[in-house]
Design a protein around this ligand. Structure first.
Ligand SMILES: [Zn+2]
Ligand SMILES: [Zn+2]
Length: 72
């Protein structure tokens, strides 16, 4: 068994609403990917959480959401 992020593996797609305007937040991918090559060498295995960046489609607010890894 290994731990995987259900979002990265498109097992489900949570709907988060913007705290600012209640607009629908869109998944912009993993935090590591969003930040770019400077943190690209961070290992993703054995993490309890996979951090995803969400962006509001209306006001542009960025939010981080930590997605709990599931055993697969
Ligand atoms: Zn993920
Ligand atoms: Zn918003």
């Amino acid at each position: 068994m290994m731990k995987i992020c259900p979002l990265c593996n498109t097992m489900y797609e949570p709907k988060f609403l913007c705290e600012n305007c209640s607009g629908l937040l869109k998944d912009k991918g993993r935090l590591q990917e969003y930040l770019g090559p400077y943190s690209a060498d961070m290992p993703i295995e054995n993490y309890e959480y996979c951090t995803h960046i969400y962006k509001c489609s209306i006001c542009g607010r960025l939010e981080k959401h930590e997605i709990r890894m599931v055993l697969y």
